[in-house]
Ligand binder design. Structure first.
Ligand code: BGC
Length: 571
């Protein structure tokens, strides 16, 4: 058995590539710190755990890592509720641990992007505490969205917006004398009050925060809820066309059809947000080394999303239209075309993504047989069970297709092992605020956040020496552990390594896509430079064009490309 998978990409001195706009073609691996690797045995991953495992990521062949938040936080939304933007939460280590991790990553030629959460703070943040202690109308309250309630006694919320996590987007405060006070806005949990980006004071604070991390040497930022920072003037009521409460919809929904229904929700995609990113663009430009901003903007269609990456705004934005595209050749063709057109029209690279810490892992999602809006998650009572074999097969094909596309691609930790969503988490283990705010009606996102397996043997599969794990890992994960997959040439890990090595060697990230016709309605086929890419999303096998097969997501069947399989061929 072939146990070594050649990795053609070797560590690159970062200084060599400075000035090359590395983010245009980079494959960026999302590290979700609490679930990556635990060095101190408390069952929660940490920064020294990341440092220790960076060589595995270099070996995988990615160019950069993005770290979900590790800043000081009461962890009511897994760190997306920041109480101090300059501090490292003791759960994850210290600032010195961060500096060590950053230096080790750079030494290996890996760039590092950190998560910035500017739409809201934690309710434990000193700014919010000061606001609560200050009078209505004060400068301190002006940093957030405090409003008097409606109705005779002000006991109705100021408008009808709902929280993305369920329930109203407003919470009423209590005055020092115990009487009911003003309300404050939170598009997410009540512990995540929204900042008021109409207040120049907020702008000044965030410039300082950007500089704090840029001075430490980070290569960029992933901007949380970039599409929600500006609100429509007067905070008008909004009644969405249908559905409620996924990531894209405080009272709305993420489904593409919602964003095409006028009027736009007054909390997403507002014009005012763009000025903030222009300001930040200028801050990053003060630094050497091509620092980059990547926006989390759940905006559809791509033509509107591309406004966030005009030349003087952010460098990248996540392409969630691609993530949400069903396993259907025509839909894939359309979203790839519209993405390349839209991003190309503003001179930006398209990005591609299939999984992250907010969505059902694509090894499960691509086999779902029922409606499952983003953020709702899966659990024991979900009426439909996806077939895991079909899911993994499609996931491997989908990644093979994605990594052949020109632009930059994002991977989520564990997808390179083929990890599925964990559906059977016990209710008592769940931690997503969505689960609590909807009283168990929506399972939320815990199923994609289960700590990843490093070794088949050992407590918690090598995640933590003590066997502790903040979410329970399924028994079947021993076979998906990295050490098992590393020595199996047919494993998903070996497939990812091969794809990443070929992608780099053949310059696919910087390539040009040329569509190919004539393969039938269930096939997506194109040339990217000297490589032919064919993805068969149908049930019947299809013939392959001439060429040498470089990599295939599943074995060929008598020279033909089977169902749910994608292959790259050298022309
Ligand atoms: C993050 C989520 C988080 C939310 C609120 C999102 O976009 O990715 O994990 O719950 O923002 O900060």
């Amino acid at each position: 058995m072939n146990t070594t998978i050649p990795v053609t990409s070797t560590a690159t001195e970062l200084s060599e590539t400075t000035g090359d706009e590395w983010w245009r073609t980079a494959v960026i691996y999302q590290v979700y710190p609490r679930s990556f690797a635990d060095s101190n045995g408390d069952g929660i991953g940490d920064l020294p755990g990341i440092t220790a495992h960076l060589p595995a990521l270099r070996e995988l062949g990615v160019d950069a890592i993005w770290l979900s938040p590790f800043m000081t936080s009461p962890q009511r939304d897994a760190g997306y509720d920041v109480a101090d933007y300059r501090g490292v939460d003791p759960l994850f280590g210290t600032l010195a641990d961060f500096d060590d991790m950053l230096a080790a990553a750079h030494e290996l030629g890996l760039r590092v992007i950190v998560d910035l959460v500017p739409n809201h703070t934690s309710s434990d943040h000193a700014w919010f505490r000061e606001a609560l202690a200050s009078a209505p109308g004060s400068a301190e309250r002006g940093h957030y969205w405090f409003r008097d309630g409606k109705g005779e006694n002000g006991d109705e919320p100021p408008n009808n917006w709902n929280s993305v996590f369920g329930g109203p987007a407003w919470t009423r405060t209590t005055n020092a004398d115990g009487t009911p006070g003003q309300w404050y806005l939170h598009l997410f949990d009540s512990s995540q009050p929204d900042l008021n980006w109409e207040d120049p004071w907020v702008w000044a604070r965030f410039r300082d925060i950007l500089r704090f991390w840029l001075d430490r040497g980070v290569d960029g930022f992933r901007i949380d809820v970039a599409h929600g920072m500006a609100k429509a003037e007067g905070l008008p009521d909004f009644t969405p066309a249908q559905g409620a409460g996924s990531m894209g919809g405080a009272g709305g929904s993420l489904e593409p059809e919602i964003s095409t229904v006028p009027p736009e929700p007054p909390y997403w995609g507002q014009e005012g947000g763009h000025a903030i990113f222009r300001d930040w663009h200028r801050v990053l430009a003060e630094y050497d080394g091509d620092r980059a901003l990547c926006g989390e903007a759940w905006i559809d269609p791509p033509s509107k999303l591309a406004l966030y990456v005009r030349p003087d705004e952010m460098q990248q934005t996540f392409n969630f239209s691609y993530l949400e595209t069903p396993w259907n050749a025509q839909a894939l063709h359309e979203v790839i075309t519209s993405s390349l057109d839209a991003f190309g029209s503003v001179g930006a690279p398209s990005t591609w993504v299939l999984s992250n810490h907010d969505v059902v892992r694509h090894a499960t999602r691509l086999a779902l047989m029922g409606d499952n809006p983003q953020g709702h998650g899966l659990g024991p009572k979900t009426p439909f069970r996806p077939d895991p074999v079909v899911g993994l097969r499609r996931a491997r094909a989908a990644t093979t297709l994605m990594l052949a596309l020109p632009g930059s691609a994002y991977l989520f930790q564990g997808e390179e092992l083929g990890l599925p969503e964990v559906i059977d988490l016990p209710d008592s283990a769940r931690q997503d605020p969505t689960w609590f705010r909807t009283h168990g009606e929506r399972y939320g996102r815990d199923g994609c956040r289960v700590p990843i397996p490093w070794t088949a043997a050992g407590a918690s599969y090598g995640f933590s020496d003590t066997g502790a794990s903040w979410l329970p890992q399924p028994a079947e994960w021993a076979t998906l552990a990295r050490d098992v997959e590393a020595s199996d040439p047919d494993s998903t890990l070996s497939l990812y390594r091969r794809l990443l090595a070929e992608r780099e060697e053949r310059g696919l990230g910087a390539g040009v896509l040329e569509w190919l016709d004539g393969f039938g309605e269930n096939v997506v086929a194109f040339h990217n430079g000297e490589v032919t890419v064919v993805a068969n999303v149908g049930e019947a096998s299809v013939s392959l064009p001439p060429g040498t097969v470089l990599v295939s997501s599943a074995p060929l069947a008598e020279g033909r490309l089977p169902a749910d399989t994608a292959a790259w061929l050298a022309r």
